[in-house]
Design a protein around this ligand. Sequence first.
Ligand SMILES: Cc1cc2nc3c(=O)[nH]c(=O)nc-3n(C[C@H](O)[C@H](O)[C@H](O)COP(=O)(O)OP(=O)(O)OC[C@H]3O[C@@H](n4cnc5c(N)ncnc54)[C@H](O)[C@@H]3O)c2cc1C
Ligand SMILES: NC(=O)c1ccc[n+]([C@@H]2O[C@H](COP(=O)([O-])OP(=O)(O)OC[C@H]3O[C@@H](n4cnc5c(N)ncnc54)[C@H](O)[C@@H]3O)[C@@H](O)[C@H]2O)c1
Length: 485
Amino acid sequence: MSTTTQTFDVVVIGAGPVGENVADRAVAGGLSAVIVESELVGGECSYWACDPSKGLLHPVHVHNELKAIPGLAKSASAPLDVDAVLAHRDRMASNWDDAPQVEWLNSAGIELVRGVGRLAGPRAVTVATPDGRTVRLTARHAVAVCTGSRAALPPLPNLEELRPWTSREATSAPAAPRRLAVLGAGVVAVEMATAWQALGSRVTLIAREATLLPRVEPFAAELVAESLRESGVDLRFGTTIAGAVRNAVDEVEITLSDGSTLIADELLLATGRAPRTDDLGLESVGLKPGAWLPTDDLFTVKGVDGDWLYAVGDVNGRALLTHQGKYQARIAGSVIVDRALQRGLDIRKWSRHVGTADLEAVPQVVFSDPEIASVGLTAAEAARAGRTVEIVDYQIGDVAGAFQYRPDYRGQARVLVDPARNTIVGATFAGPGVAELLYSATVAITGEVPLDRLWHAVPAFPTISEVWLRLLETHRDRAKEDSPS
Ligand SMILES: Cc1cc2nc3c(=O)[nH]c(=O)nc-3n(C[C@H](O)[C@H](O)[C@H](O)COP(=O)(O)OP(=O)(O)OC[C@H]3O[C@@H](n4cnc5c(N)ncnc54)[C@H](O)[C@@H]3O)c2cc1C
Ligand SMILES: NC(=O)c1ccc[n+]([C@@H]2O[C@H](COP(=O)([O-])OP(=O)(O)OC[C@H]3O[C@@H](n4cnc5c(N)ncnc54)[C@H](O)[C@@H]3O)[C@@H](O)[C@H]2O)c1
């Protein structure tokens, strides 16, 4: 079969949201770039993660909200139109057709090579194309590995016969299974349990932990657990799957480690992510296949000389989120361009060459019911890091704007204040409609805005954002109580 050879300034492996942004920044900076993609341009996020999952969840959230709003409860008592929701999900996943994204690559001046890319020594990548050809790509300046992550599966013996769902099937299934068992208590498990229970499945969620969402503030996880229970999800905590088989009538028979059993039509393994580095030629540059690719804060891979190899997005394991990967891509793009043009790099914290927010302020919304929006530290993380923080809590339902939003509003906000600097270092909001509050908290943390100045950031009446004022008042009043009279 034929082999062709091409040279570009930058070679990007993986055309997910992150690879697309690295290539775009390189071209915008005046370099040539090629991107290699083995599946669909747009990556996991577009077809089997963010977009389809939120396509399933948004109608569910709106339906639940309507039931709680005076005057609308009766009209919302009709069940969801499941076929319409699934059709909406399909549109959100662009019907698994990447033509529009390929068009965007063309318009941005980025070359596309379809096939499996593998490193073949310093600055070299070979691509095995679907039609059996080999394309050898050489990078003058940089190779960026943006190959993302895949579902990590637990060590169950007969996975092949079991045919479990991963996040891919959970976001693309053509119909709701009658009974769905979900293993895991993380974001994928919670979001998919929320969606499929509302779309007609009877969901059982199996968590080895004692709570859901082990990385969020416990009050937020508790609100979500209560709501899932109310919606009919069977939550089994402190247990895991000891064994599972697919029987003659295509059911999954599951035995839990506490000795109980259950039967489901599908089993979703939502047990975390693994880096897509097992078949990437990492050994050709002295790295271990299958591992996350650790980088410095400029996204240069550690352990490889010459500052030519970058790992950006999920594959470096720093923050497995689309928006954070795209942030990394903008920074890595600047580093690649400025190194290529031999401009100096500014390696101070918060400069355009340093991925500081990955360490200080990663925002995330869990699209559960209610939503959880968080950024920066949780109280547990602050304690683990030995950081002294003041914890300020407020019940969001006591804010006029929340009462307007929904008379039965239940939710809680927490900010963590660094008393030495009088700035916020962590924030969590749990409640309906809190996702849009997150950016304000992110600005407060990344801008290191002193509380004295935050008093001048006036929230509009009557909005949920008034919770900011109540948090400041709570903090002030507590300081007064604590001060000697
Ligand atoms: C169910 C689910 C829901 C999620 N929801 C959200 C959300 O709401 N918000 C959010 O911010 N994040 C969400 N995430 C996380 C988000 O999907 C990832 O953080 C994001 O996709 C990472 O982007 P990436 O470009 O690094 O990797 P990916 O999106 O995984 O893209 C990597 C690309 O590289 C390609 N590739 C891999 N190996 C090779 C190779 N050797 N050669 C050529 N191409 C290759 C792959 O085919 C893929 O297209 C969710 C994840 C899941 C699983
Ligand atoms: N809205 C969003 O932003 C969003 C949505 C979905 C996913 N994501 C991203 O995707 C990432 C992956 O999510 P996830 O939920 O798959 O992973 P996770 O790491 O958040 O949770 C994994 C869960 O599986 C359990 N688990 C792991 N191995 C197990 C085993 N062998 N047996 C039993 N249980 C096991 C863990 O205890 C945990 O409860 C998240 O870190 C998040 O960044 C983001």
